[in-house]
Ligand binder design. Structure first.
Ligand SMILES: [Ca+2]
Ligand SMILES: [Ca+2]
Ligand SMILES: [Ca+2]
Length: 301
């Protein structure tokens, strides 16, 4: 009993292995369409003297019909900045058993502009001048792969254009669909998920000392710029006009605790040069969650 059980388990394991090995090169839905399956029977017999005789049956023929199947892979995810064009690589596989043309669509959940390219050199990257927009080869109004033989693949690039005004944290899902022209009920989809990383600066000003102050009091203004977004902010420039009824106190500008001169061109800051009557500080870049602090002083007239 134990031995038989062991043998049967081994047999199952072997069959499973054989199936796995056979599955790799096998056609996804079997024998190619148009293949003739023919069958004929032979009967051998003898007469009373032992002479061999033979009779053949007629031949019956079955032609394999076409079945459509398609795979669109893989699903992709990416981060992107506003204004980016993100290219997602996909492979369309004709898993049917006959020639087929697959209509391709790609639709953004946010209604963003999406284009589909043939990745002509199959490198998964957009190459200007090499990769071309998909065309409608069968003139049904939808761009397609052209005729794909069974068990062959076609390389695509889906280009998602992120609008310049896209807010930090916006998520877009673009659905890519390939539909069989042989059987329009047969389709497959893949998704491209794009998460927007944009900078979002807050600017907070404070004054010291607080509260009502008499003339000749020196006021220290502090400006804190914080990037609350998930994308880097670049080319940050602060401008701050000196209020009426006050006088700027020479040489009081600081950036992140370091003193800056009032002259222009020698460091990040100046007073009354880049912008008349104003403090101007070129802060530069702030990564996500980073902040910069600017201070300067005025005296109440
Ligand atoms: Ca390419
Ligand atoms: Ca088409
Ligand atoms: Ca300066």
């Amino acid at each position: 009993m134990t031995t038989k059980r062991g043998i049967s388990l081994l047999a199952v394991a072997f069959l499973g292995l054989a199936a796995a090995v056979l599955a790799v090169p096998a056609h996804a839905v079997g024998t190619p369409a148009g293949t003739d399956i023919t069958n004929q029977a032979t009967v051998d017999y003898q007469d009373v003297n032992g002479n061999a005789l033979q009779a053949l049956s007629n031949i019956v023929t079955t032609t394999v019909s076409q079945v459509a199947a398609v795979d669109v892979s893989p699903d992709n995810t990416s981060n992107a900045d506003p204004g980016d064009v993100v290219y997602y690589a996909h492979v369309v596989t004709n898993n049917g058993n006959g020639d087929d043309t697959f209509d391709m669509t790609a639709v953004s959940s946010n209604g963003w502009t999406v284009q589909i390219y043939h990745d002509v050199n199959g490198n998964g990257l957009y190459d200007a001048g090499t990769d071309v927009l998909l065309t409608d080869t069968d003139t049904d109004g939808v761009p397609d792969t052209g005729v794909l033989a069974h068990d062959t693949t076609y390389d695509l690039l889906v280009a998602v254009t992120v609008p310049t005004g896209a807010a930090d944290g916006t998520v877009d899902t673009t659905t890519v669909t390939g539909t069989s022209s042989f059987d329009t009920n047969v389709f497959d989809t893949a998704t491209d998920t794009t998460t927007i990383q944009a900078p979002a600066l807050s600017v907070v000003k404070s004054v010291s000392p607080l509260g009502d102050q008499p003339p000749l009091t020196v006021l220290t203004y502090t400006v804190v710029i914080t990037n609350n977004g998930t994308g880097q902010a670049n080319s940050i420039v602060l401008t701050d006009p000196i209020p009426a009824n006050t006088t700027y106190q020479a040489g009081t500008i600081t950036l992140n605790g370091t003193g800056k001169t009032d002259a222009a061109g020698d460091d990040e800051a100046d007073y009354n040069v880049t912008n008349p009557g104003e403090v101007t500080v070129s802060v530069g870049s702030l990564a996500a969650s980073a902040s910069a602090t600017i201070t300067f002083q005025v005296q109440i007239d």
